[in-house]
Design a protein around this ligand. Sequence first.
Ligand SMILES: Nc1nc2c(ncn2[C@@H]2O[C@H](COP(=O)(O)OP(=O)(O)OP(=O)(O)O)[C@@H](O)[C@H]2O)c(=O)[nH]1
Ligand SMILES: [Zn+2]
Length: 199
Amino acid sequence: MTSSIEVLGESLPMEHGAKGTDPLETLARQLLVEIGEDPDREGLRDTPARYARWWREFTQYEPGSVEAVFETAATGSLVAVSGIDVWSLCEHHLLPFSCRIAIGYLPGKKMLGLSKFARIAHLHAHRLQSQEQLTHDIADDVERLTGSPDVAVIGQGKHLCMAMRGVRTPATMTTAMWRGGLRESSLRAELLALTGGTP
Ligand SMILES: Nc1nc2c(ncn2[C@@H]2O[C@H](COP(=O)(O)OP(=O)(O)OP(=O)(O)O)[C@@H](O)[C@H]2O)c(=O)[nH]1
Ligand SMILES: [Zn+2]
């Protein structure tokens, strides 16, 4: 069944039209009209196409392979990767939030390639998210790929939906997942010491 959207009084099919127009372009045109702009004025002429491109680019982000695990004898020694900066989109307002992430785990027999921690973080950030879910999703993947239940993920986020609108108060939100052996207080303290106390 072909769905349609009502735009400027016209019913348009949701898939790309005969002229190859992305429906997101049509939505962007309507958005411009709704906020009192002229979508045909010089500065805005290409904006709907740019808008469509950025949404497609952000949500169809290809993280590359995250599957690179190697045998290790360093079983049980804490590994921490911190300072991973990602951008995500708040699922409540469709506004960006930035999040600095730290990931820690105790390898069993397998260790995960270093770059894969950042790839996993980007993979889950490149969609509509809440910060709690983002840290949770990253922990799930690290647990699945390493086979270790001892995983921690800490995120420190700044949400534009809070800073630029609504309560208009910039703030930092910290979310922390502690799983398995990393619930233990001495290992929590070691992880925080290794990361300088911040993600
Ligand atoms: N816990 C959590 N809340 C979030 C996140 N991103 C946005 N929010 C909050 O989601 C809530 C949505 O609240 P609503 O009252 O439904 O929406 P609103 O009227 O726009 O709320 P205000 O932002 O207070 O103006 C707000 O408190 C946001 O700050 C997130 O990642 N985690
Ligand atoms: Zn929001």
